[in-house]
Design a protein around this ligand. Structure first.
Ligand SMILES: [Zn+2]
Length: 466
């Protein structure tokens, strides 16, 4: 049933950083902006399994801002549930989804198989949320949209994607509704930083009646200089005591940013020239897509960014693609850096590196990104002395260092500075994609500093667009 007045419905990323899903629900059409997976706390992950709030077959189109799974990872799930429309995304996002979604499908199948082996599922047999094949069926539905060119996603609903400077292909999404209620809504997706080492800064925001903004770091400021110095010192100190550095890292973009920083520090002689292992098939595939974009002179890449040779090779880059190459790293005793996914240590190959390296005080774990509530990364950040992984309790004796400088999310001042550039005041700014304290803090700042009406929507809340 379509509503009698156009609505904006918040189906996810409300007071949490995952599960971005916003439905523009009009009397004639349904367009879903973002189609993310819920991650982190179990109560959130269970939402992936709840019946979708509207019949997926009734959704005309999906628009996604970028290729991170908390923004696009449920698209194969919706296809599995009957969605038959197009998925609009930029060229870079579609390319990255080509590796991210099948990988996610594979992980879902592995999780189901594991539950069946251990017999802990209530369902017999446990079914995956979706499969690698569903991911390929979702990929068949992608339509690539150039930056800055408006596209009719559904009758009377136009979308325009503009660079967001967060990861390759990332975009802000402007939705324009035609008809008796002409309305424009701007979704920030994840907003990047003006200081990204090789992506251009976010494009200025266009005029909009409503803004839906992320707030991951809505209550924080990135202290880059301090944080990069901490990174440098941690690596030098660990190498000096003969230890290994393990960096749990998001496969897409964060790996690239860290490799670039390591390359600069090693070339400047500020840290020793250590072997750097990238141990994640997904991160290595993403690295190839980034190398391609740079070689082709992609317009999102800063024109002044030219790497001589491979811009992502710090000197001794080692790519572990196979499981055997990954396991072989366990035997290494020479100080090295291991970069491996997943970024919040919720799964992936980084778990066996952590299980192997955490018990030795000479080693260091560097946390380089946002660590959501309920993840092992967050437990490490909060100083846990023992952590369960791979079915065992592991003592945490290694040093744990937090380096938020590698975040590719705008901080509080950067978000406010970008919003301040709005050509006119929006009716309301909705603050999403942040934990409760961060979202509330950004809402207060928008009200106080910008003088706009602002609100933190609740899960499944809906507001009228007319
Ligand atoms: Zn993102």
């Amino acid at each position: 049933m379509h509503p009698t007045v156009p609505l904006l419905r918040f189906l996810g990323a409300t007071e949490t950083v995952t599960g971005s899903r916003f439905l523009v629900d009009t009397p004639r059409t349904r367009v879903l902006v973002e189609c993310g997976l819920f991650q982190g706390l179990k109560a959130l992950r269970l939402r992936n399994w709840e019946p979708f709030p509207v019949d997926p077959a009734s959704i005309d189109a999906i628009v996604v801002s970028h290729a991170h799974v908390d923004h696009v990872g449920f698209a194969p799930g919706l296809v599995r549930l009957g969605f038959r429309g197009r998925i609009f995304a930029t060229e870079g996002t579609a390319s990255l989804c080509g590796i991210v979604l099948p990988d996610s499908g594979h992980l879902q199948e592995e999780a189901a198989a594991y539950a069946n082996r251990k017999g802990y599922s209530k369902h017999a047999p446990a079914l995956p949320l979706y499969t690698e094949e569903d991911a390929h069926r979702a990929l068949d539905r992608f339509t690539r949209v150039p930056f800055g060119s408006p596209r009719e996603a559904a009758p009377g609903v136009r979308v325009t994607l503009r660079p967001a400077g967060h990861i390759l292909g990332s975009a802000t999404v402007l939705v324009e509704l035609d008809g008796p209620t002409r309305r424009t809504i701007l979704f920030t997706g994840d907003l990047g930083r003006p200081t990204h080492p090789f992506l251009r800064p976010p494009a200025p925001l266009p005029e909009a009646d409503m803004i839906v903004t992320e707030s991951t770091y809505g209550d924080r400021r990135h202290e880059d200089a301090v944080s990069i110095q901490r990174f440098e010192e941690a690596i030098a100190r660990t190498a000096a005591r003969g230890g290994m550095v393990v960096i749990p890292c998001f496969a897409v973009d964060r790996t690239e940013v860290i490799l670039l920083h390591l390359r600069r520090l090693i070339r400047a002689g500020r840290v020793p020239d250590l072997p750097v292992y990238v141990d994640s098939p997904l991160a290595l595939s993403a690295l190839d897509i980034y190398r391609d974009a740079i070689a082709k002179g992609d317009p999102e890449i800063r024109p002044e960014f030219k790497g001589d040779g491979d811009p992502f090779d710090p000197g001794q880059l080692k790519e572990a693609r196979t499981a055997a190459e990954s396991k072989a790293i366990n035997e290494k005793r020479f100080p090295s850096v291991i970069i491996s996914a997943s970024g919040m240590a919720t799964g992936g190959r980084v778990l066996h590196h952590l299980a192997n390296r955490l018990p030795d005080h000479r080693n260091t774990i560097i946390l380089a990104g946002f660590q959501a509530e309920g993840t092992r990364g967050r437990l490490l950040l909060d100083g846990a002395r023992t952590i369960k992984m791979l079915g065992r309790y592991i003592p945490v004796r290694a040093e744990v260092v937090n380096v938020p400088a590698f975040s590719v999310h705008a901080d509080r001042e950067e978000i406010l500075g970008w919003l301040r550039g709005a050509p006119r005041e929006p009716g309301t700014a909705f603050v999403v994609h942040g934990e409760p304290a961060a979202a509330a803090s950004l809402r207060d700042a928008i009200e106080r500093d910008l003088g706009w009406a602002a609100a933190v929507p609740r899960y499944l809340e809906q507001v009228r667009l007319d």
